[in-house]
Write a protein that binds this ligand. Structure first.
Ligand code: CP
Length: 316
């Protein structure tokens, strides 16, 4: 594995290696001195062409805890606003000695392009590209769910037999895509639920069941319900009549929360639209893993960076 671009390309053994390494990283974070020397002398550039809170901060925390030198680049305020291309930006990063690049970009395929074109010879980690993939989000979601299901005995395990219902704006969601591939690779069964307008027209290649009826999906008592953010910034049409209608039909309301088994985890990648896809009672309930997901993101990103970048010093 040289890059981390997509979960569709991850084998089960590779995914479990990342999750198990993340367990080691999480254990190291329990110690008084959290910093590890693993990436001392390695320069990691965080290249963010789109806004982010969780992913950007947790990648930076992960890099610093591995003792890497960190350069943060945000497209806003850079020469991208003067028209500089991705190629020229990548070559500039190469010239300043970047050893690894974390990239978030609004265009599908931008991380793959960086990996393929030879503008920079460095591991590329996809921090979210357009509506395509967000692999570290899916890995931290799988890590969180694996811990909820298996606790201290998680190591070496997949998610065999687990049932995950993913609800909402599947059409625009890179989180949904990455989760469908990874969860099924790890042995879980996935059901996608949302309004017909927000389910992609061509789902035949996806290893998931689909439906429009949230109550029917929840009546099965899934192990986890993952609510997706309604991505208003990617919607150029009216995909549902009104937010009230959306919340009534596809939101995790307080009444739906009460009807779920106590063991069902409530997941959301954030940022949340409270009162739309998720009621505050659900977001803040003990069953919610929202903040666990954020915390686990640091361990999972430390694992991915460690596995991809610890060899770059020897390779120089
Ligand atoms: N989940 C997620 O990608 O959040 P950010 O956009 O804040 O990074």
């Amino acid at each position: 594995m040289k890059h981390l671009i997509s979960t569709a390309a991850l084998r089960r053994d590779e995914a479990i290696l990342i999750l198990d390494t993340a367990e080691d990283m999480a254990a190291a974070q329990e110690r008084e001195v959290k910093k590890l020397p693993a990436l001392r002398g390695v320069t990691v550039v965080n290249l963010f062409y789109e806004d982010s809170t969780r992913t950007r901060i947790s990648f930076e925390a992960a890099e610093k805890r591995l003792s890497a030198d960190v350069i943060n680049f945000a497209a806003k305020g850079s020469s991208v606003s003067k028209g500089e291309s991705l190629k020229d930006t990548a070559q500039t990063l190469h010239a300043i000695g970047a050893d690894a690049v974390v990239i978030r970009h609004p265009a599908t395929g931008a991380p793959q392009m960086l990996a393929d074109r030879g503008w920079i010879d460095a591991p590329i980690l996809n921090a979210g590209d357009g509506c395509h993939e967000h692999p570290t989000q899916a890995l931290l979601d799988a890590f969180t769910l694996r811990r909820r299901l298996h606790g201290a005995a998680s190591r070496g395990k997949g998610l065999d037999g687990a049932h995950v219902v993913i609800v909402g704006d599947i059409l625009h969601s890179r989180v949904a895509r990455s989760n469908v591939w990874l969860l099924t690779t790890l042995g879980a069964r996935v059901t996608l639920v949302g309004p017909p307008t927000l389910l992609p027209a061509h789902l035949s290649g996806w290893p998931a069941e689909t439906g429009y009826d949230l109550d029917a999906a929840l009546a099965e008592g899934p192990d986890a319900v993952m609510l997706l953010r309604i991505q208003a910034e990617r919607m150029h049409d009216a995909f549902f009549p009104h937010t009230r209608e959306y919340a009534r039909m596809w939101g995790l309301t307080e009444a739906r929360l009460r009807a779920l088994p106590e063991s069902t985890s409530i997941m959301h990648p954030g940022p949340m639209n409270r009162g739309l896809e998720i009621a505050s009672a659900a977001a803040d309930s003990p069953r919610s893993t929202v903040l666990e997901q954020v915390a686990n993101g640091v361990s999972v990103r430390m694992a991915a960076l460690y596995l991809l970048c610890s060899g770059v010093k020897e390779g120089r």
